[in-house]
Design a binder for this molecule. Structure first.
Ligand code: CA
Length: 710
């Protein structure tokens, strides 16, 4: 399965690892502290156990807190210690929160919408500083899934944030003043965005980007943490030009020479990276193909298309590939392998193995040897129909022919949202189990008919995907035994799109959900021990820290991201005003004050004087689905964006200055004059009015719908 070049890479890597392992031994002996908490690696210099200074707390990103003041016996007394809600909001659209707050030296560092960084006193909530990187509001058009951000990195006296519009920014941790910033985008004419948290690896700060649905070519870049100088850049897929580094040549062998390079190829690194400081390997989770169907990317062929949907092990200092494992060869279902990766040392078959664990979108839970890339286990953690199983000998999936939708629509499990998305899972070394926020929904895929041109700033997926009617659509928290490859316990069904997970030495698993509830489970049994109503969807993962002998649990709340386009059944945002908020809980805290209830918006009169002929309405429908529906849901379906089916008359009058002229671009509504004409915008309004009339005549008619990606 691997090429000779791969084998050479692997041999070279082993020598390097040996030298590093020796150096590691000396460091480990000079530092007295043995990792107390199951994480295989010590914390960074100067970081103490009660802090949470890296994205997943330790380098292994287990999201396990060794704190045990809050435990199964007293979590019922958990309440609100303090809260923060002074977020930067542009216009009236709330974008939600996805970040893991970091805590060091008594300060919490977190991000909100528009890549804004907040530093607040971790004991009182008093603001130390706020840094607004002044993201270009028009850049929201390039984002598949809203102007969200998943957090900062800390190193020495610096804080790093990567912005929606592609900058990596280093800030002074004490003042929030900018030390340096670099442009991480190789092509600003393409729809690259950053929502992920930068990672610290081998003296570098590493960051990828998103945009695989929008026609980009994926890559990850490493910058010297002190100076911001580019250390290396690794492209995950080939492009139209010459190979930038040897691994691109390796990947190119698995693409057709007739591939649609103009559509980018995808393979974006939009979220997960994990660093093993002992092996000096950076693990990079690579996203789906762009466009989605491999037969559209490659003109009827089905080659593997490396390194789509793969886990890459990259030497953090050199940027060279040590090994790779492709979870979904020839990906055609938006099955990213960008989900969070956890490192642990597990006893498997009588041997202690250094493993990497991931539950990517495709529904299989993978356990890999993180030194060699050897596949140790791959079992289904949710319903999966695209593949029967993973062949342990070849490491390849046995793909179901019934999942291939080149000729006819096919319904496949999991959906494009995956069996698990960006909301991080957590690992408890106490129990040896992983707690996965799973998603359960099928999706019906069909290939886009006719030509698939590249459309700047629009979806370029080459397919349609929509959930089948009468669908299952829910989240379930599952405790997973990675050695046995089976579910140990699972939660009652939760509303769609549950939150990320924290587990603690107090025997707890904590997870928020879209209905606004933070739930504490007994990590051993799954028994619900405490529910806290907040009235705000919780997507972000909780974290925990200790100051002055008191343990806190912090979590960001507020709906946004991919769910801002449509609120699903059970969402708190259907009942309460949705806004961003940080909650910090401790024992003996108070009850949460719920947000105000939603106001009822009166139905405004229909706009008049618009054309009503069938051609104009059809053009408007097509343009709406292509350019508007990604954010603005039809027919007043509740969502986070302005309701085009109930606009105030003044906004109808100003339609062209907004849609073509970009009058509201600061708030995230970019101008579309490069792809839409005044005739198009007139047609869009004509379609909306025609559909409003249709709704009144026939309220049960099926609304226009387009597929979604994440
Ligand atoms: Ca995707």
């Amino acid at each position: 399965m691997r090429t000779q070049a791969q084998d050479r890479l692997r041999r070279g890597h082993r020598c390097g690892a040996l030298v590093l392992a020796c150096a590691w031994f000396l460091i480990a002996c000079s530092a007295s502290a043995q990792p107390p908490d199951g994480d295989p690696f010590p914390l960074p210099a100067g970081v103490v156990s009660g802090e949470w200074a890296l994205h997943g707390r330790g380098f292994a990103e287990q999201r396990y807190s060794p704190l045990e003041q809050i435990h199964t016996g007293n979590v019922a007394q958990l309440g609100l210690a303090w809260t923060f809600d002074d977020f930067v909001v542009r216009g009236r659209t709330h974008r939600g929160t996805q970040a893991t707050p970091l805590m060091r030296d008594g300060v919490l560092y977190f991000t909100g919408p528009w890549s804004v960084v907040y530093a607040v006193d971790a004991e009182s909530g008093a603001v130390r500083w706020i840094h607004d990187p002044q993201v270009d509001g028009a850049w929201a058009r390039h984002a598949c899934c809203d102007a969200v951000n998943r957090g900062v990195a800390l190193w020495k006296d610096m804080v790093y944030v990567a912005t929606l519009d592609g900058w990596l920014v280093a800030l002074d941790a004490r003042t929030g003043e900018r030390r340096w910033r670099v442009d991480t985008l190789v092509d600003r004419s393409r729809s690259y965005t950053i929502t992920g948290a930068p990672r610290l690896a081998g003296g570098n700060i590493v960051i990828g980007n998103g945009g695989a649905e929008m026609g980009v070519r994926g890559y990850v870049s490493a910058y010297d943490a002190a100076s911001g100088r580019l250390a290396w850049r690794f492209y995950t897929v080939p492009g139209a030009g010459p190979d930038e580094h040897p691994e691109v040549g390796t990947a190119r062998k698995s693409w057709s020479p007739r591939a649609r390079w103009d559509l980018g190829g995808g393979g974006t690194v939009w979220d997960s990276m994990t660093y093993d400081p002992e092996l000096d390997l950076l693990y990079v989770g690579v996203g789906n193909g762009g466009p989605w169907p491999v037969w559209v990317r490659n003109a009827g062929e089905r080659p593997d298309n490396l390194f789509l949907s793969s886990i890459l092990a990259i030497e953090a200092r050199s940027g060279r590939l040590a090994w790779y494992y492709q979870t979904t060869p020839a990906d055609s279902w938006d099955y990213t392998a960008t989900q969070n990766m956890i490192l642990a040392d597990l006893r498997i078959g009588g041997r202690l193995r250094k493993v990497l664990m991931q539950a990517p979108k495709n529904g299989f839970f993978y356990v890999l040897d993180r030194a060699s890339g050897e596949l140790l286990a791959a079992e289904k953690y949710t319903q999966v129909t695209w593949a029967e199983r993973i062949d342990r000998q070849t490491g390849r999936p046995v793909v179901s022919e019934s999942a291939l939708y080149a000729a006819a629509p096919r319904t496949v499990w999991p959906s494009t949202a995956g069996g698990h998305n960006w909301q991080p899972m957590a690992y408890s070394p106490q129990r040896g189990w992983v707690y996965i926020p799973t998603l359960e929904m099928p999706m019906t895929f069909s290939t886009q008919q006719g030509a698939v041109p590249y459309l700047p700033g629009a979806n370029n997926v080459g397919a349609l995907a929509a959930p089948p009617p009468e669908r299952v659509q829910r989240s379930v928290l599952k405790a997973w035994d990675p050695v046995a490859g089976r579910i140990v316990w699972q939660s009652a069904p939760l509303p769609w799109w549950g939150g990320g997970v924290l587990t603690t030495a107090g025997g707890l698993v904590l997870q928020g959900s879209a209905d606004g509830v933070l739930t504490a489970y007994d990590a051993a049994s799954g028994r619900v021990l405490k529910k806290i109503e907040t009235g705000l969807a919780i997507m972000a993962p909780p974290m925990s820290y200790e100051i002055a002998g008191r343990q806190y649990i912090a979590v960001l709340a507020g709906l946004g991201g991919a769910m801002n386009g449509r609120f699903h059944a059970g969402f708190a945002a259907l009942e309460y005003r949705n806004h961003e908020r940080l909650f910090v809980f401790a024992l003996g805290g108070r009850a949460v004050d719920l947000p105000p209830r939603l106001d009822k918006v009166p139905q405004r009169p229909l706009a008049t004087g618009l054309p009503a002929d069938a051609d104009t309405v059809a053009l408007g429908r097509q343009r709406y689905l292509q350019f508007c529906a990604r954010c603005h849901a039809p027919r007043s379906v509740p969502n986070g964006y302005p309701d085009l089916w109930n606009l105030p008359p003044a906004l109808y009058a100003a339609f062209d200055s907004i849609v073509l002229g970009g009058a509201m671009s600061y708030a995230g509504m970019a101008g579309f004059a490069d792809v839409l004409t005044p005739q198009d915008t007139l047609a869009i309004r004509a379609f909306i009015v025609a559909d409003q009339q249709e709704m009144r005549r026939n309220p049960s008619a099926k609304p226009p719908e387009q597929g979604t990606g994440h």
